[in-house]
Design a protein around this ligand. Structure first.
Ligand SMILES: [Mn+2]
Length: 288
């Protein structure tokens, strides 16, 4: 088993691995990053930022406690293919222990590695400014700009918040009939309804590239894009998605710490608390 027990935990949770329901897997992947390097420091910074946040959600009246175990960072010393294999093995270990993986990164390519661990019936919902549907990029087939396309080799995907792609990517996405909600249509009711209908009752994995958000609220990313979505836009989506489906895994990727300005990693940590709270308060209300 490649898993190590972690000392520095998310939200300062003290729960043991066996008693936890969610397992944070920090993946400091920074191999194919093309524009701004530094995503390898993302996982550590998200865990540090979580310690500045409260674990109680007043909107849901739910407290995250004794739920989340934090693993040590994965050691990724090989090339990108080896990294995918290590990630796949680690996520598979978490799943076979009956836990829900929460992956924090690190470049977005880690989502592809994680996707290999899931049954191909799992739907992947990818929030990203970029379509990431390139056939290859800078000579590499496995790279961050091809992540969505790679995941789509095994899984149905839906792309949300996209505002950066080329014509070839757009045509390939159209050819494959992939559901894509562009940033301009983020509030379009019929698009959202269609998505929810598709996800109803399904096992769902949510992947968040932090560059889907506006750079004003998430400046610390590898490839920033102007005119991103707001935190409330995201909350509206995940409330609806988690409500109709069964969340089996999630990731928060592409955090690139800026040093003194830590608002990106605080937002990243908050998203994890939000998604766990939404899933758990749903479980609780189903029981009562
Ligand atoms: Mn992106």
């Amino acid at each position: 088993m490649l898993l190590n027990e972690g000392k520095d935990s998310f939200l300062e949770e003290e729960v043991s691995f066996d008693n936890s329901k969610y397992v944070i897997l920090p993946i400091p992947l920074d191999i194919t990053t093309s524009y701004l390097k530094g995503t390898k420091f993302g996982p550590r910074s998200i865990i540090e930022a979580s310690r500045s946040l409260e674990n109680y959600d007043s909107e849901l009246d739910y407290e995250v406690k004794d739920k989340i175990f934090t693993l040590n960072e994965l050691n990724l010393s090989g090339d990108i293919r080896e990294a995918m294999e290590v990630i796949n093995l680690s996520v598979s270990d978490i799943l076979s222990s009956g836990k829900i993986p929460i992956i924090i990164g690190g470049e977005h390519t880690a989502t592809y590695g994680a996707s290999l661990s899931f049954d191909d019936s799992v739907e992947f919902i990818i929030f990203d400014a970029h379509a990431d549907f390139k056939k290859d990029y800078l000579g590499l087939v496995i790279n961050h700009a091809s992540n969505s396309r790679l995941v789509n080799a095994r899984h149905n995907i839906s792309l949300i918040g996209v505002r950066s792609l080329n014509l070839e990517e757009k045509e390939e996405i159209g050819k494959r009939g992939i559901d894509i909600i562009y940033r301009n249509d983020i509030s379009d009711v019929s698009s959202v309804d269609k998505l929810l209908k598709k996800l109803s009752g399904k096992n769902v994995y949510i992947s968040v590239d932090m560059d889907v958000f506006d750079p004003a609220i998430a400046p610390g990313v590898g490839t920033p894009q102007p005119d991103g979505i707001q935190y409330r836009d995201f909350l509206d989506y995940i409330k609806k998605i988690i409500n109709v489906s069964n969340l089996v895994g999630l990731d928060i990727m592409e955090v690139r710490p800026l040093g003194a300005d830590n608002i990106t990693e605080v937002l990243a940590a908050k998203l994890i608390i939000d998604m766990v709270s939404l899933k758990e308060s749903k479980v609780n209300s189903n029981r009562s």
